[in-house]
Design a protein around this ligand. Structure first.
Ligand SMILES: *[C@@H]1O[C@H](CO)[C@@H](O)[C@H](O)[C@H]1NC(C)=O
Ligand SMILES: *[C@@H]1O[C@H](CO)[C@@H](O)[C@H](O)[C@H]1NC(C)=O
Length: 300
């Protein structure tokens, strides 16, 4: 499934494994984790959708609990972060069992092929784009309102953490596919990044306005280095597709600016953090031995 940037995601998990020192469960650092994103963090929301973007079959999950819908051999970065935060990994929204007290520790809304723009990834079939993930969060919120007082709910939400991993599909499953999507005719790279960031900002404000206060906004990794792009673009052997990575730079730099803006008194009581996945994965690709690997090349 080269379409879902599994390669660098696997490396991202690997990196976190390094950071995570398993010494029993620490006390919970947050009451709940709410996850918005794409296949990098989907843990089963696409399983029952009419979609080609599914991972609920072998060999996904071979090093974990078997296939769950995670686009990974093992745990996702969310599973690892949940351990670090001392909370259970949040269950997928789309699973009917994710209701009642099971949503108290948070919910995962991520959907493979989904993007910041509603149209991104539509050639894979159904998926939950960011706008729909926010609506699904509001659905959880109405359930939570029946479980605690307004005051407790506000406190709970303000202490919880929202993790957002979005944007990859707006590039690999939209902007970079000119025969299926018109965006690259209508927008140059910086205009397209701005379009994405405007949509993103609107959804962040929506989540802030219903009470979330802590946000981790994860940037886009070096998609010019994934097999999906190496196979479709012209590049020198052993090198990543530079112009693809340059285009993502507009998004990542804009996201840093958006984080600064959101932190700059415009949204009191909140904290927004940028996750520099581009830098982290780039370092793994450039210095594999630092991470216990002998080779970081992709064989295309
Ligand atoms: C994109 O187009 C705008 C004009 O609309 C221009 O100012 C900008 O330099 C262009 N950016 C790129 C990266 O081509
Ligand atoms: C933050 O706010 C100050 C004062 O309102 C302003 O001068 C500054 O440009 C802002 N910075 C950003 C990154 O928005």
């Amino acid at each position: 499934m080269v379409n879902f940037c599994c390669l660098w995601f696997t490396m991202f998990c690997f990196l976190l494994h390094y950071a995570y020192n398993a010494k029993g469960s620490p006390p919970p650092k947050v009451p709940a984790m709410f996850v918005f994103g794409d296949s990098l963090v989907d843990n089963g929301n696409n399983n029952d959708l009419n979609s080609f973007a599914k991972a609920n079959y072998y060999p996904y999950g071979i090093d974990f609990r078997g296939p769950t819908g995670r686009f990974s051999n093992g745990e996702t970065v969310i599973d690892l972060l949940a351990k670090l935060l001392g909370v259970p990994s949040p269950p997928p929204f789309a699973n009917p069992a994710t209701s009642g007290s099971r949503i108290l520790g948070g919910v995962n809304y991520a959907s493979a092929a989904g993007g910041i723009l509603d149209e991104s990834g539509q050639h894979f079939g159904d998926r939950f784009p960011l706008s729909r993930q926010v609506i699904n969060f509001e659905n959880s919120l109405s359930q939570l309102r029946t479980m605690m007082s307004g005051r407790d709910l506000n406190q709970y939400l303000s202490r919880s953490i929202a993790i957002m991993v979005l944007g990859s599909n707006d590039y690999i499953n939209n902007y970079f596919l000119p025969f299926l999507y018109t965006t690259s005719y209508n927008y140059n790279a910086s205009e397209f990044a701005n379009l994405l960031l405007n949509h993103y900002a609107r959804q962040l404000v929506a989540l802030y306005s219903v009470g979330l206060r802590k946000f981790l906004l994860v940037g886009i990794g070096p998609l010019g280095c994934i097999p999906n792009q190496l196979a479709t673009s012209k590049h020198d052997p052993g090198r990543c597709v530079d112009n693809v990575n340059q285009m993502l730079g507009f998004f990542n730099q804009g996201l840093v600016k958006l984080v600064d803006y959101m932190n700059n008194g415009t949204h009191p009581g909140s904290i927004f953090v940028y996750g520099n996945v581009y830098g982290a994965i780039g370092d793994i690709l450039n210095n594999p031995s630092k991470y216990g690997m002998s080779n970081s090349h992709t064989s295309i």
